[in-house]
Design a protein around this ligand. Structure first.
Ligand code: AMP
Length: 496
């Protein structure tokens, strides 16, 4: 899709990075050059590279470079620390690690020695900002930092300028991304998002959001999450649209750039919408272009949708999905309003996306179909579902049975086919749309020498939806010696 859009209209804008414009030609040629460099490094179809970036143009360049070679992209959250990154490097077997210089600078990179990573490549958030552009507030303190032992991305692109690769044939079954998620249980696993999955779900958004050539995509969600991968990057590539990127979410910058570029469409977490709603500029800026606002990844209440609409005139559409369904499995169709379940008060997450079948099955065995109105586990099938988890056959078998993905989400369908989520079977906390597994947090807290026992739970939070709370018991004789703040800072240094 990207190649077709780039050849059709090479001078069209592909990225608005703050107020810098990068054309499809620039992204295409830069990714050609990077693909040639990757090939020279010995990377070939099926190999993996880690991409540890904020929402910067290099994310697109690296992704398209990798795909031109048939290489799999492993995007990771830039908040991850050494312990987490080491796990993703080892589990994916990645050979190259691409990271923002400021992230690399803050890490002890010696963990890479125990992985298969052979090349470290760094890049700066300033690299693709036009030299005459006024520095955005968010990048005021940023400077390009040389990292020992690392290659510089921009230099590589310069060195290989004009070169390209003879790419291998890619089928819809070839893997595009390994997106790490803990799914419904256990340790993080690489969901194998195939090219077929991503291309299909980009078409789902195109149809359900009524995407046209006049749309401008706002990159409000992180690109490393499946929402950004599909609802930002893939939909822009499919329809040849510009994608607005601004490093990381910030309410003021969001409002400024909607007005500046006449953004029309996005998918983001409800927490981000709350931040936008509470920003003082919301009343003074012209946001009239922005008509397709979708919220996914976390529960949305009817009250919040109402408040947002009262303030902005904008109706927030609900969309539901998982990393394993490549973003949307259910969505509120453009022009429709989600009904509210009279029993639970839950706002509908939408109707199943085209060409897929979703069922509600009994919670115990997961084998009996329930009637409309009855509560059970949601199971999904169709071209949205991943083939499985990277090198985890048992986990795959547990999650996907006979082609049916067991979501771990508990809900029901009404007589008209609208779905509602009412509970979760999986032990997961949804904080600002980010998924936190209590077990992962407990594992880190147990590394503290003073801790005897801990239990981590989700508690309600008006802004983040839910947030993480840990109950900690200290070892005999240690009582009073450690403060909660010390445990929290211990955790902060060890996890995202
Ligand atoms: P992730 O893999 O990070 O996309 O997380 C997927 C999970 O987020 C789903 O299984 C749901 O539990 C939750 N989720 C996603 N979208 C919604 C939504 N619109 N409303 C409520 N929960 C959601």
């Amino acid at each position: 899709d990207f190649r077709r859009s780039a050849s059709r209209n090479p001078e069209a804008p592909a990225v608005y990075y703050f107020t810098t414009v990068l054309s499809y030609r620039v992204i295409d040629e830069s990714s050609d050059a990077l693909a040639a460099a990757l090939q020279d490094f010995g990377l070939q179809k099926g190999d993996r590279i880690i991409v540890d970036l904020q929402n910067v143009p290099q994310f697109l360049i690296a992704t398209y470079a990798a795909w031109k070679l048939g290489v799999i992209v492993v995007p990771v959250n830039p908040m991850y620390k050494e312990q987490e990154l080491s796990y993703f490097c080892i589990d994916s077997g990645a050979k190259l690690f691409l990271v923002l210089d400021e992230i690399a600078d803050a890490l002890d990179l010696s963990f890479l020695d125990k992985t298969a990573v052979e090349k470290l490549v760094t890049t700066s958030a300033l690299d693709f900002l036009a030299p005459d552009e006024e520095r955005p507030d968010m990048l005021q303190g940023t400077s390009k930092i040389p990292i020992k032992g690392a290659l510089d991305l921009l230099t590589l692109i310069e060195d290989y300028k004009g070169k390209s690769v003879e790419g291998p044939y890619l089928s819809p079954d070839d893997v595009a991304y390994l997106t790490y998620t803990s799914g419904t249980t256990g340790p993080p696993k690489g969901a194998m998002n195939t090219h077929g999955n991503i291309a299909f779900n980009a078409r789902v958004y195109e149809a359900m959001q009524r995407i046209s050539k006049d749309d401008v995509v706002l990159g409000m969600a992180p690109l490393f999450h499946v929402t950004g991968e599909v609802a930002h990057l893939a939909i822009a590539a499919l329809a040849g649209l510009p994608l607005i990127l601004y490093y990381r979410f910030d309410a003021g910058e969001t409002i400024r750039l909607i007005e500046r570029w006449r953004a029309t469409v996005t998918v983001a977490s409800i927490t981000a919408y709350i931040a936008v709603m509470n920003h003082p500029d919301i009343r003074s800026r012209d946001l009239s272009s922005f008509i397709k606002a979708y919220s996914g990844g976390a529960p949305v209440s009817e009250a919040l949708v109402g408040q947002f609409e009262d303030l902005t005139g904008l109706y927030i559409y609900n969309v539901y999905g998982m990393t394993e369904t490549n973003s949307p499995s259910h969505i509120v169709p453009w022009g429709k309003r989600a009904p509210v379940d009279p029993e639970s008060g839950a706002l509908s997450v939408g109707v199943p996306v085209p060409n897929c079948v979703m069922r509600i099955v009994d919670l115990e065995e997961g084998s009996t179909d329930l009637d409309p109105g009855e509560v059970g586990e949601i199971v999904d099938s169709g071209p949205i579902v991943i083939p499985g988890y990277w090198r985890k056959p048992e986990e795959t078998e547990h999650a996907i049975r006979d082609g049916w993905l067991y979501t771990g989400d508990v809900g029901k369908m009404d007589a008209d086919g609208w779905f509602y989520l009412v509970d979760r079977k999986k032990d997961m906390i949804v904080a600002s749309g980010y998924k936190v597994w209590p077990r992962d947090v407990e594992d880190v807290i147990y590394q503290h020498p003073a801790v005897k026992e801990t239990a981590v739970v989700g508690v309600p939070d008006p802004y983040r939806g839910e947030t993480v709370k840990a109950f900690v018991a200290l070892k005999e004789g240690m009582e009073g010696s450690i403060t909660p703040a010390e445990i929290i800072s211990f955790c902060k240094s060890r996890m995202a």
